[in-house]
Design a protein around this ligand. Structure first.
Ligand code: C5P
Length: 243
């Protein structure tokens, strides 16, 4: 997916706003406030489970300039993942996420089914998980080792990119240099960390090589979400300019 690995030149187009809200009305209101201030909107599990594909269609219809990132983090048998990717193709989304921990064969099934119509992004290790959480879940490797292994799986399967923490960007670049990197857990300096564990500022993430930044609460919960997005875009632009 060569197109996906070309990072946008402009800071605003690298921002993916997480529409983590329960209703289509709230999602559409948020998208309306942010159209022109960010490049993509992210429809995640809460919104998709509440409203289904109709909310994705509504966003695409009302905001043709906003690309859609469908964050369903698929993790199932290859045939079921393939079916979900096929369904997502009909929605006109730019990216769809799957869990890299599913393994190369599973990721390859998704990439084959996507057929270039959308980019498959593999989630390496959730940014809400720290070493203890990974160990509790049975992992015997460090987070860096897990990210390395999963980034290699993603590259071998032909994924467009990976979702990883800003702290693992160097590890991903070393393991799989051609993959686009999407980084959640972004917090402007001084912002509330919420439930995220491995966070980074927008400027630092971009200086470390992030192609796209996923930002939710710091924009959505700001008194003026468009101004918050503009400030993050300015910080990204400064980082791209070498600041
Ligand atoms: O509000 P906040 O900026 O923490 O939102 C982060 C978003 O990124 C959420 O929608 C979350 O589901 C998503 N995400 C994440 N960590 C990952 C992958 C996705 O936080 N590894």
């Amino acid at each position: 997916m060569p197109e996906a690995s070309r990072a946008p030149a402009c800071g605003k187009d690298r921002i993916i706003v997480a529409l983590d809200v329960p209703t289509a009305d709230e999602a559409l209101a948020c998208a309306a406030r942010l159209d022109g201030h960010v490049g993509l909107v992210k429809v995640g599990l809460e919104l998709f489970v509440s409203e289904g594909p109709s909310v994705v269609r509504a966003l695409a219809e009302r905001h043709p300039d906003l690309e859609i990132f469908l964050d369903l983090k698929l993790h199932d048998i290859p045939n079921t993942m393939r079916g979900a990717v096929r369904a997502a193709r009909g929605l006109g989304v730019r990216f769809l996420t799957v869990h890299a921990g599913a393994g190369t064969d599973h990721l390859r099934a998704c990439v084959e089914e996507a057929g270039g119509a959308l980019g498959i992004l593999a989630v390496t290790v959730l940014t809400s998980q720290d070493a203890r959480a990974c160990a509790e879940a049975g992992a015997t490797r460090t987070i860096e080792e897990l990210v390395t292994m999963r980034a290699r799986c993603a590259a071998a399967a032909g994924c467009a990119g990976v979702v990883c923490s800003g702290k693992e960007l160097a590890v991903v670049r070393a393991a799989a240099p051609g993959l686009a990197t999407v980084v959640p857990g972004i917090r402007p300096a001084g912002a509330n960390v919420d439930d995220q564990k491995r966070v980074m500022t927008p400027g630092r993430a971009v200086r470390n090589g992030a192609d796209y930044l996923v930002v939710g609460r710091p924009i959505r919960n700001a008194p003026d979400p468009a101004a918050a997005a503009d400030a993050i875009a300015a910080e990204i632009d400064a980082a791209l300019a070498g600041g």
